[in-house]
Write a protein that binds this ligand. Structure first.
Ligand code: SOE
Length: 380
């Protein structure tokens, strides 16, 4: 007998689809879990659009006001898939109504807002998680297991990039339904909250907390037409952001993100260098973990590329899929997150990253943006 977790999805964009695919695949590929998602209702202001989304993806019903969705007795968990400026109000209302919450990243517009959200969530005790999905790419989870085993020795360096090129055109407007990521009022920040937040979440998970940062940002295109008014308006998001940091474990960090790296569509890479071993991962080759082990000796010492598709249990999540040697993709990170959320309900444990975990990333983002403004080092 399974226990249904009735999902109320708010939003229907790219992330709404990615999460919904996760809910749909979970019962088929993780049938052993007692809790399983049920697509109960989808919500957005446009009735036609949300009805079309619900029909296509299999939600039983629709709502056009998130307050009505949260008030429903037949909703157990609310999935917040709307622009960042709406996360706080919805999350707090959902928690106060006793709903579990799965919130899209970044957690909030600022660490101050995030702290407020955490306090309500923790007071109400509702189960919660934030969709930093890359933790659940099997090769990244494997990196975490190897680092936790101590095999890397003393860690010296962590570096990460998230590179895109989709905003290079000056003709691209800002704001509105599709381009809210370019509007600071809706997104809070540019690449820092959208892209670097992923790199920071993974980095904290793999290498511990960040102590201080020094950063630079640039807004290459200063004005864009705003979709709401049709007027040219100042662009206040960061188009590119790079920062240096010290981790609390004494290692040094180097991070870069931009939407102006011509040719790169979504290149997320990280590398970690320890005294005994280095690991490297690349989203465009996401099923591989590159490993250099200093213990290897002789002529064949070198970087090896591990195809993370073993089914014996040594490669996280992989025994759930197909047969050994056949790899998985981007969408599976969301399926794994849903499965881990359901498992956390079975086992009555938190599902990382929780709001509190995601707040740590938010604090680094805030420190990065503050440092870029005043050109000094900022403690996190
Ligand atoms: C932006 O283009 C974006 O879709 C981010 O919003 C996602 O979080 C990232 O995973 C891919 O890029």
């Amino acid at each position: 007998m399974t226990t249904p977790v009735r999902i109320g999805m708010i939003g229907y964009g790219f992330m709404g689809r990615a999460h919904t695919n996760g809910y749909k695949r979970c019962p088929d590929f993780f049938p052993e879990l007692e809790h399983q998602p049920v697509l109960k209702a989808a919500c957005a202001r446009s009735k036609d659009k949300i009805q079309a989304f619900a029909d296509q993806w299999g939600y039983e019903s629709i709502e056009t006001d998130w307050r009505n969705l949260i008030a429903r007795d037949d909703i157990d968990a609310v999935d917040i898939c709307v622009p960042n400026n709406l996360h706080k109000e919805i999350a707090i209302a959902a928690a106060e109504a006793g709903k579990m919450i799965l919130c899209e990243k970044p957690l909030a517009m600022s660490a101050e807002d995030g702290e407020e959200m955490c306090q309500v969530i923790e007071k109400t005790g509702v189960q919660n998680t934030v969709w930093y999905n890359y933790r659940r790419v099997p090769a990244v989870t494997l990196a975490k297991e190897i680092i936790e085993s101590g095999a890397l020795g003393r860690i010296f360096h962590y570096r990460a990039n998230f590179l895109q090129d989709w905003t290079i055109s000056e003709e691209l407007p800002q704001g509105g339904e599709a381009l809210w990521r370019l509007d600071a009022d809706a997104a809070g920040s540019g690449v820092t909250g959208d892209l670097l937040a992923h790199c920071i979440d993974t980095a904290i998970w793999l290498n511990g907390t960040v102590a201080d940062v020094t950063a630079m940002t640039e807004t290459f295109i200063k004005e864009r037409v705003h979709q709401a008014t049709g007027e040219k308006t100042k662009v206040t998001i960061d188009d590119a952001c790079s920062f240096l940091c010290h981790f609390s474990n004494g290692s040094l960090g180097l991070f870069e993100s931009t939407r102006y790296a011509r040719g790169h569509k979504a290149l997320y890479t990280f590398e970690i260098n320890g005294s005994e071993m280095s690991l490297r991962w690349d989203l465009h080759d996401l099923h591989r973990l590159e490993v250099f082990d200093h213990k290897d000796e002789g002529a064949l010492r070198g970087w090896k590329s591990v195809h993370v598709t073993d089914h014996s249990g040594v490669h996280p999540y992989m025994d759930k899929w197909w047969v050994p040697g056949l790899q998985v993709g981007y969408e599976h990170s969301f399926v794994h997150h849903v499965a881990d959320f359901m498992k956390s309900l079975d086992e009555k444990t938190p599902c990382a990253p929780t709001f509190r975990d995601a707040l740590e990333t938010q604090k680094v983002c805030d420190a990065v943006l503050a440092s870029a403004k005043d050109h000094t080092w900022h403690k996190v």
